[in-house]
Design a protein around this ligand. Sequence first.
Ligand code: AP5
Length: 215
Amino acid sequence: MIIVFMGPPGAGKGTQAQILQENLQIPKLSTGDMLRAAITAGSEVGKKAEALMKNGDLVPDEVVVGIIKERIIQADCATGFILDGFPRTINQAQALDKMLKDNNLIVDKVICLDVNPDIIVARQAGRRIASKSGCVYHVEHNPPKVPGKCDVSGEDLIQRDDDKEDVVRHRLEIYADTVKPILEYYESQSLLHNVKGTSSVEAVKTEILSIINQK
Ligand code: AP5
């Protein structure tokens, strides 16, 4: 099972991909998380990505395609995986299909979460993340059991650098400029499922699970 999550920044991709990872027992591959880990590690990839991510710009296609190419051949991806934040350009979507084809695989479903920009800005201001576990929280809508601590790893929760309002609005503009051809690409293959991302986390989860369980 290979699932792609799409949607604007803050639509809930990471939140729902994490839930699905636990339900389907296949890993969530978030290019954003991988790039943030590369920045923390000070690797070459991290150096290329750091300033771009801080400003809310996209990291070059060849960098993210390289990361995903290496990741999907690891043992834990053998029965499937969930892509969160990749592909983000039509070039990435085509590169994904090529690397899957080389491994006799295909994308099974594409879930696109739809949320209006003003809701997104409010959501991002309240978002807190756990960098080691990859869990995502919101101070009001999806709080951890102990304030400031991850439910899974117990680590301190942090706020992302790119969650400031001006950077969020820039990320939303980039999404609007790049998403159309990717949605058309998946729609033409009858893979695209649009889901209203403004319902509760639980209601969005239920709708996604029903889509995943459809043949
Ligand atoms: P990335 O980390 O992928 O960020 P994003 O796509 O902008 O998405 P977000 O993580 O901001 O939001 P989300 O949709 O996952 O929402 P979440 O579940 O957290 O990318 C960051 C940067 O890395 C990019 O700007 C770019 O520079 C670079 N990058 C990454 N991938 C790349 C690629 N493929 N190509 C090029 N560059 C790339 O939820 C948000 C908040 O809302 C949380 O607080 C959550 O608790 C809350 N929430 C979630 N669902 C609900 C709900 N239903 N109701 C109320 N609150 C909710």
